[in-house]
Write a new protein. Structure first.
Length: 265
């Protein structure tokens, strides 16, 4: 990890506390100057870092930048051990499709639990090769799972359990439970807020499933008024732009926790 990543992870893990540059430097084994440079780099990247003389630094509550440090700060100890210090969380600003990247990663040998996350998709897809409108403001993620780690290999069951995992995550953070119908779309007040696409890779000779990719696209704080007319009338978002009461990092962590608990061994 770079000094910037180490400082971000430490601030994310101590959100409620002001930490002096000296204390951070001592804890991370870095120089005071390295801490100062890392804080400035984080601010340039868009992070709100509060600073008070004689008290130190604290990560501001208005931050909603997706990061591995931000996600892992909300994970339980068991999942934290899996996701800390490795390449299982891969974050992008804009991609063609998180499922496409996840499938490429799976073919290349990516480990079970690898998650691809993006702020925007230019070629998002839904079931039966339908397009999935994926502008900024949404949360787009694809999770790679290996068959030997799963409690079921029934396709519809995996999709339904994923949908329920997302419903549970939203309910725990927002107090509103979406409706899952038929098995891969989530609705609030009869308007769609999430779509799920489950895909798999098989070995040609044996037909054995080698990996599964679960794609989840959520209208988080999307500007629904800017959606195409044919989509706008049937879509909604968890929040209006800039009005979120929790972060995307929190939601990713909650979904990840639920999916692993509900689908994996």
């Amino acid at each position: 990890m770079t000094s910037k990543e180490k400082v971000l992870a430490y601030l994310e893990s101590n959100k409620e506390t002001f930490l002096s540059g000296e204390a951070i430097a001592k804890e991370l084994g870095l120089s005071r100057n390295s801490i100062w440079k890392a804080v400035n780099e984080l601010r340039k990247a868009g992070y709100n870092i509060e600073a008070i003389n004689n008290k130190g630094y604290r990560l501001g509550t208005s931050n909603d930048i997706i990061s591995a440090a931000g996600i892992t700060s909300y994970l339980s100890e068991s999942l934290l051990n899996l996701y800390s210090g490795n390449d299982l969380i891969r974050i992008y600003d804009t991609v063609n499709s998180t499922n496409r990247l996840a499938k490429e990663a799976a073919i290349a040998g990516a480990n079970h639990g690898t998650i691809i996350i993006a702020n925007e998709q230019t070629e998002g897809r839904g079931r039966k090769d339908h397009s999935f409108y994926s502008p900024k403001g949404g949360l787009y993620m694809s999770l790679i799972l290996k068959p030997d780690k799963l409690s079921t290999m029934v396709p519809d069951t995996i999709t339904i359990k994923t949908g329920n995992s997302v419903c549970d995550a939203i309910y725990s953070l927002l107090g509103i439970r979406p409706t899952l119908k038929p098995i891969n779309d989530l609705f609030i007040d009869d308007k769609k807020i999430c779509g799920i696409l489950t895909e798999a890779g098989t070995e040609f000779e044996t037909g054995d499933v080698q990996w599964i990719v679960i794609g989840i696209g959520i209208n988080f704080d999307s500007d629904i008024n800017a959606f195409p007319a044919d989509i706008k009338k049937s879509a909604t978002s968890l929040f209006a732009p800039g009005k979120a009461t929790f972060t995307k990092n929190q939601l990713v962590a909650e979904i990840l926790t639920n999916v692993i608990k509900n689908i994996c061994i």
